[in-house]
Design a protein. Structure first.
Length: 186
């Protein structure tokens, strides 16, 4: 009887943590809205992140997740007085496009996915009528969680800690982005 109870607990736990067949294929697509900032850098003004929105999508095979995402951050702006030039309007924003690789665990209606994101972050800025952009390869340990709310639809949250590779002395070498998401998983 004790062996039966242990076997039932083992089987039940396996079903709880991996409700899908090991060879099942799943997919999801979603829209994201949130905010990004550089919390560990003083004088980070204007913020090239700020309010952002984007899209993400991917496939799950045997609990491994492979996806892609696009995020555009509206950034910030301010008026400054520059020596020899005078009053100028400064604005900056950021765009991220990249790939995601993670491991997904489903617990009933809740899905938790720690993942790694990588890709270019493109910063664009202008001072007065002059503009410039720079591209930095970015790596981000991240986590995503979503809750199924009705049928295949989910609501969730996503957190990334962006690290610019090879640019540790830049004013924006690390950033934190927090996004809410709505989507469909099938």
């Amino acid at each position: 009887m004790k062996k039966l109870a242990v076997a039932l607990v083992a089987v039940g736990s396996t079903m709880l943590f991996n409700a899908r067949d090991a060879h099942a294929l799943g997919a999801e697509v979603g829209g994201d809205v949130g905010y990004g900032l550089a919390p560990f850098h003083e004088g980070y003004d204007p913020n090239p992140f700020g309010v952002g929105f984007g899209l993400h999508g991917g496939v799950e095979i045997s609990s491994f997740y492979l996806g892609a995402s696009f995020r555009y951050f509206l950034g910030g702006s301010k008026d400054v007085t520059l020596p020899l030039v005078g009053a100028q309007h400064v604005s900056v924003n950021a765009l991220q496009v990249g790939a995601e690789l993670g491991y997904q665990v489903s617990l009933g209606p809740v899905t938790l996915r720690p993942y790694i994101w990588g890709g270019p972050t493109i910063y664009s800025g202008s001072v007065g009528s002059a503009s410039n952009s720079s591209t930095h390869i970015t790596f981000a340990p991240a986590a995503h969680v979503h809750f199924k709310v009705a049928g295949p639809f989910f609501v969730g949250a996503d957190v990334r800690y962006n690290l610019l590779i090879g640019n540790s002395d830049a004013d924006f070498a690390t950033q934190l982005t927090i996004m809410g998401s709505l989507g469909v998983a099938f």
